[in-house]
Design a protein. Structure first.
Length: 259
């Protein structure tokens, strides 16, 4: 429920800001004094909209669609469409891995818990939503209608877009020109990591394979677009500090969108 709790926190921000009062400047005093009232978690909890369905796990992807006053939520084997205010259920889609894919997943030594379809990517583009999931270690993507997320318009490959393993990290960004940039492991084992331009009008791009000078066991954190660049935020083992055991550095990588 962590993702939805983050959403719930965002929905109460206006309520919290109303509690901060500016005290007018008094004679002989320079700056304004700000008095903030603090509330306990229990007090805030009564003012938070909540959504949950019994048996649903791993709410792992979140997409705001403010123009339609809705939010799309990806979980294990399920996709939900909720109202932006009140978190009322507007629609849902069951997207489980099929039996043969699950069987192959377990034959390869993965646990039953891992052999589900964990939704990892949700992106808007031209009135549709791109949904990608792990699909029992066989990543897959679909394009769906924003007004009816159970309606699939097209299928796309999921490798190099969603990780195979649900516990592996991923960050992704759909730019204003419709290009999809992704940072994630690209193989079954999770050892081969890459930053990629995986979709869009430009040619496909990726970092060098099997080269720790580019990426050394990274954890992908976030990504964002600024001007002509895409930035990736991640952590990785510091190859320049090999004398220091387990040294992990936070880094920012930059990609030119025109490449």
């Amino acid at each position: 429920m962590k993702i939805l709790e983050m959403l719930q926190a965002l929905l109460v921000i206006p309520f919290i800001t109303d509690l901060v009062q500016a005290v007018p400047e008094s004679p002989g005093h320079g700056a304004h004094e700000v008095v903030a009232k603090t509330l306990s978690y229990n007090e805030l909890f009564d003012n938070i909209d909540r959504f949950s369905i019994s048996g649903i796990k791993s709410y792992s992807a979140l997409l705001f669609d403010p123009t339609r006053y809705q939010v799309i939520v990806g979980a294990r084997d399920r996709i939900f469409r909720l109202s932006l205010t009140g978190l009322q259920l507007l629609g849902a889609s069951d997207w489980s891995a099929n039996k043969s894919t699950v069987a192959t997943c377990t034959i390869k030594g993965q646990s039953a818990e891992a052999c589900h379809n964990y939704i990892k990517l949700l992106h808007l583009n031209n009135g549709r939503v791109l949904v990608c999931g792990t699909n029992a270690f066989s990543p897959i993507c679909t394009w769906r209608r924003l007004s009816d997320i159970d309606h699939i318009e097209a299928w796309e490959k999921g490798v190099a877009r969603s990780p195979f393993n649900p516990v592996h990290s991923v960050t992704s960004l759909m730019t204003t020109d419709g290009s999809l940039y992704v940072g994630t492991p690209t193989d079954f084992s999770g050892r081969e990591n890459a930053f990629m331009r995986a979709m869009g009008p430009g040619e496909r791009l990726r970092t060098h394979q099997y080269d720790t000078k580019w990426l050394s066991e990274p954890t992908f954190v976030s990504s964002f677009e600024a001007g002509g660049f895409v930035y990736f935020v991640f952590r990785e083992n510091a190859v320049e500090s090999m004398n220091c055991r387990n040294q992990v550095y936070s880094r920012i990588g930059r990609v030119c969108k025109s490449d």
